[in-house]
Design a protein around this ligand. Structure first.
Ligand code: MN
Length: 257
C-alpha cells in the first residue's frame, strides 16, 4: 500500500506530519504538498504557468516534496509521475477546521481528494473540528488515529470509482469520542459580511469578513454527528447531478429544437 499524503495548509503544517506518522502504520508514505497555505482555494488546475516541486525535509527529518501549485495540482503531479511509484490511496489533511456541508467545494483539503478520484485513485479528506479562535498548539492525535482507523476499514471495503470519503473529527480526546458514524452532507449556514474599506491611496477594497459559519444541527449529517461527538464519515460523489430534478425537468415543455 503506497499512500500519498497531501494537504492545503502547506507542507510545514503540523496536521500533515500527524497524518503522515499514522499513515506510515498502514503503508509506505510519500508526501507532495503545497509550499504555502491554500485553504479555501477550491478545486484548481494550474495550466498557465510552470509548476515546480522541490525536495524539503519534514520536521521529523523525513523527505517530502513541496510544490508551488494548489493541493489538487499536487495530487495531479504526483499521480501523473512526479512520484514514480504508483499511488494506491491519497489522504489529504489534517485540516485544522471542519469541512462539512457546502464547505467541500471551497476546501483545498477535500478537492485534493477529489483530484485523486478523478485520476482513478481512492481519496480521503481529513479535517479536525478545532474550536473557534483557538490560539494554542492544536492536538491532532485523535484525528490522526481516527483517520488511520477509517483508512484501515476502507482498505478492507473498497468502493466504486467517483467517490471520496470526507472525514471530520471532533476536537476531543480518544476517550471522549462517542464513535464513528457514516453521515450525509449537511447544510452550512454562512455568516459572511462584506467589509468595505479604503486603501492608503483612497481606492476601495473589499474583504469577506463576518463570524465563522454554523450549520443545521441534524443527526445523520456531517454537521450534526460531528457536533454530537462522533467522527463523521461522508461518502461524497463527484457526479453532482440532481437525479430527481432531472426526472422532473424531463417533463417540462422543451423546444423541439
Ligand atoms: Mn486548510
Amino acid at each position: 500500500m503506497h499512500i500519498l499524503v497531501t494537504n492545503d495548509d502547506g507542507v510545514t503544517a503540523p496536521g500533515l506530519l500527524a497524518l503522515v506518522t499514522e499513515m506510515r502504520k498502514v503503508g509506505e508514505v510519500s508526501v507532495l504538498a503545497p509550499d504555502h497555505n491554500w485553504s479555501a482555494s477550491g478545486h484548481v488546475k494550474t495550466l498557465h504557468r510552470p509548476l515546480r516541486a522541490k525536495p524539503v525535509t519534514l520536521s521529523d527529518g523525513s523527505p517530502a516534496l513541496a510544490c508551488d501549485g494548489a493541493p489538487s495540482d499536487c495530487v495531479a503531479l504526483a499521480l501523473m509521475g512526479v512520484i514514480e511509484k504508483p499511488v494506491d490511496l491519497v489522504v489529504s489533511g489534517i485540516n485544522p477546521n471542519a469541512n462539512i456541508g457546502h464547505d467541500i467545494t471551497y476546501s483545498g483539503t477535500v478537492t485534493a481528494a477529489m483530484e485523486a478520484v478523478i485520476n482513478g485513485v481512492p481519496g480521503v479528506a481529513v479535517s479536525l473540528d478545532a474550536p473557534e479562535h483557538f490560539s494554542g498548539i492544536l492536538d491532532y492525535a485523535t484525528a490522526a488515529v481516527s483517520a488511520r482507523k477509517v483508512v484501515e476499514i476502507l482498505i478492507k471495503h473498497p468502493f466504486g470509482i467517483d467517490i471520496l470519503l470526507n472525514i471530520n473529527v471532533p476536537y476531543l480526546s480518544e476517550n471522549e469520542l462517542k464513535g464513528f458514524r457514516p453521515t450525509r452532507q449537511g447544510m452550512r449556514i454562512y455568516r459572511d459580511e462584506l467589509i468595505r474599506r479604503e486603501d492608503p491611496r483612497g481606492k476601495p477594497y473589499f474583504w469577506i469578513g463576518g463570524d465563522a459559519p454554523t450549520g443545521v444541527d441534524e443527526i445523520g449529517t456531517d454537521f450534526g454527528d460531528l457536533k454530537a461527538g462522533y467522527v463523521s464519515i461522508s461518502p461524497i460523489q463527484l457526479d453532482m447531478t440532481a437525479y430527481k430534478v432531472l426526472e422532473d425537468i424531463k417533463g417540462w415543455e422543451w423546444p423541439v429544437k
